[in-house]
Design a protein around this ligand. Structure first.
Ligand SMILES: N[C@@H](CCC(=O)N[C@@H](CS)C(=O)NCC(=O)O)C(=O)O
Length: 212
């Protein structure tokens, strides 16, 4: 059985929703972030970067949220959470997954941990504001994609990208211009939060509205 190490609302939310959607058996393992458990030896043995989440799959330990999601999609190929390998759709899927994890998610680190990006604590607020402005720009790019090719990130078929996107939209729920206020993103979020898998994952993590 899979074991997903999580903290409510953290990057574990994407693989968590995905496992619910796929109907696979898993166990949630709470990481006590408030006690710094993710920076202590037991967790660092699993993920030396001290970041959440980690997935255990039998004897294998996988870190990095996008890698975890891809691994799950590969292991349960019949659930069609990624387009077939070697197709043009798969190439575009990789492009969007990298954009979500490498550009959008990384920028959220700057937004949420702005104090880590300067040695001068007085810079933190400006760093956060600049990150928010860039993030709003990235969500506009996704909004355009949904307008052209929606309703899902890959067009007519849902994929793991849509769960990843929902997690990222939720992280932006306190922006001056929320992703959910953009028409196509708002519709996407509205549809996603009605899925039983998403409802269950949010409940299990104790996440309450606003969802995005
Ligand atoms: N690239 C990593 C980033 C994971 C990450 O930054 N997780 C955050 C929670 S959302 C975390 O562990 N933060 C704790 C810290 O940096 O101290 C991934 O995609 O898994």
């Amino acid at each position: 059985m899979y074991r997903l190490h999580y903290y409510p609302g953290n990057a574990n939310l994407a693989p968590h929703m995905l496992m619910e959607e796929m109907g696979v058996e898993y166990e949630l393992v709470y990481v006590d972030r408030n006690a710094g458990a993710h920076k202590q030896a037991a967790y660092l043995t699993l993920n030396p970067s001290g970041r959440i989440p980690v997935l255990e799959d039998g004897g294998m330990v996988i870190a990095e949220t996008a890698a975890i999601c891809l691994h799950l999609a590969d292991r349960h190929i019949e659930t069609k959470m990624a387009p077939d390998i070697s197709t043009p759709e798969r190439a575009k899927f990789y492009q969007w997954l990298m954009f979500l994890t490498n550009t959008v998610q990384t920028e959220f680190l700057v937004y949420y941990y702005s104090d880590r990006y300067s040695t001068d604590p007085e810079h933190a607020a400006a760093i956060k504001d600049a990150a928010e402005a860039r993030l709003i720009g990235y969500f506009r790019i996704i909004e355009e994609q949904l307008a052209k090719k929606g309703p899902y990130m890959m067009g007519p078929a849902i994929s793991l990208l849509d769960f990843y996107l929902l997690m990222l939209c939720r992280w932006g729920r306190f922006f001056t211009q929320k992703p959910g206020d953009m028409p196509n993103l708002g519709q996407h979020i509205g549809n996603m939060v009605l899925r039983p898998s998403v409802i269950r994952a949010f409940e299990q993590e104790g996440l309450e509205p606003p969802f995005a």
